[in-house]
Design a binder for this molecule. Sequence first.
Ligand SMILES: NC(=O)c1ccc[n+]([C@@H]2O[C@H](COP(=O)([O-])OP(=O)(O)OC[C@H]3O[C@@H](n4cnc5c(N)ncnc54)[C@H](OP(=O)(O)O)[C@@H]3O)[C@@H](O)[C@H]2O)c1
Length: 364
Amino acid sequence: MTSPSEHMMEALSLAKKGLLTTRPNPMVGCVITLNNKVIGRGWHKQAGQNHAEVNAIQDVFDNLGEHAKSALENSEMFVTLEPCSTTGKTPPCAEAIKKHGIKKVYIASEDNSQNGFSKQAIGIEITEGLLRNEARALNKGFFSRIEKGRPYITAKMATGIDGGIALWSGESKWITSDESRKDVHKLRAINEAVLTGTGTILKDNPSLTSRDANLINGEFLQPLRVVIDRSNHLTGKEKIFSSDAKTLIFGTKDSKIKPENNELCVMSRESLGDLKSIMRYLAEKKSINTLMVESGSDIFDALLSEHLIDEFILYQAPKLLGHDRKTFSKFNESYEKPSTMGFEINSITHLGDDKKIILTPNYQ
Ligand SMILES: NC(=O)c1ccc[n+]([C@@H]2O[C@H](COP(=O)([O-])OP(=O)(O)OC[C@H]3O[C@@H](n4cnc5c(N)ncnc54)[C@H](OP(=O)(O)O)[C@@H]3O)[C@@H](O)[C@H]2O)c1
């Protein structure tokens, strides 16, 4: 007999199909069972399209035809996120669940942007919190935006074993292996925005788009490219202004950027130093759930000191960059004591000759 956790596990797998397309909506999956046998499956593909619950109900009709109505009245639903109870781009799922007389609903994670399904769903048996941690991890960006008012922030650095990220001479463009660089393109595709500073733009002139990611059907949305240009260095001719993706520049009223294929958010120079307000802007005005940071040490350190990095991904190549190296953090300049910032290692994997280390900062 399949357990409720196993049904929810299947709903989580369905939700993951929306990884590259649901933004800014969360990924949601749904399974409907009758006498413990799956009769319908659904997932949310894109904002504005049907939610997972509605797709799963439709799947029951497709599978059972004339028997669907009575089957649904005795069915159980497993959904990875609390069903919506407010009208957005589509009608509330809570109504569809009530209308079809579904008896019991298992919910993995709550959704604080909604009115509380349990309050609306009188007469339906509800079990909340089944595989809650897994469901929250899946939509960590969505939960960060809704609950903290900022995106989930992942900083990436490619380094040698001596911590070098570049040479002062400007040589050594690629430190890491092809495999690591492909992985970075994948990271860009699964994040909704990529942020850097003018130091990186002026030195490397990256385009910051996702390429060579070997993604399923190549179907994904390019991340929004974001640059903080508080000294108005950018001219509009840099590669980040290519038409392959959208670009948002935070600059002052003296910025040289013309709002053509890009957007300029004008702030005072002081406000541009306030990274928390920039993150709030990205969450509230641009609905960004997940942000990847690909900067040099200045922006990295500034974010770290504001406790704004949730996850740090280090691609470490077996190379020494030597005495001419720039290091990825000037950590001791921003903290009084060395080693006051610890990290927890979540995973270490090998990519070509490199190590990929995923860490979480232990902020105190
Ligand atoms: N290996 C890697 O993974 C990797 C990734 C990216 C970059 N890099 C290397 O990093 C080097 C660039 O490093 P970087 O530190 O100059 O670049 P950065 O962190 O990308 O940009 C730094 C600039 O951003 C501006 N800025 C805006 N807001 C800021 C804030 N709140 N705090 C601090 N600075 C802020 C500052 O310019 P103003 O003072 O003019 O406002 C500062 O000079 C390049 O050599 C590049 O090759 C390596």
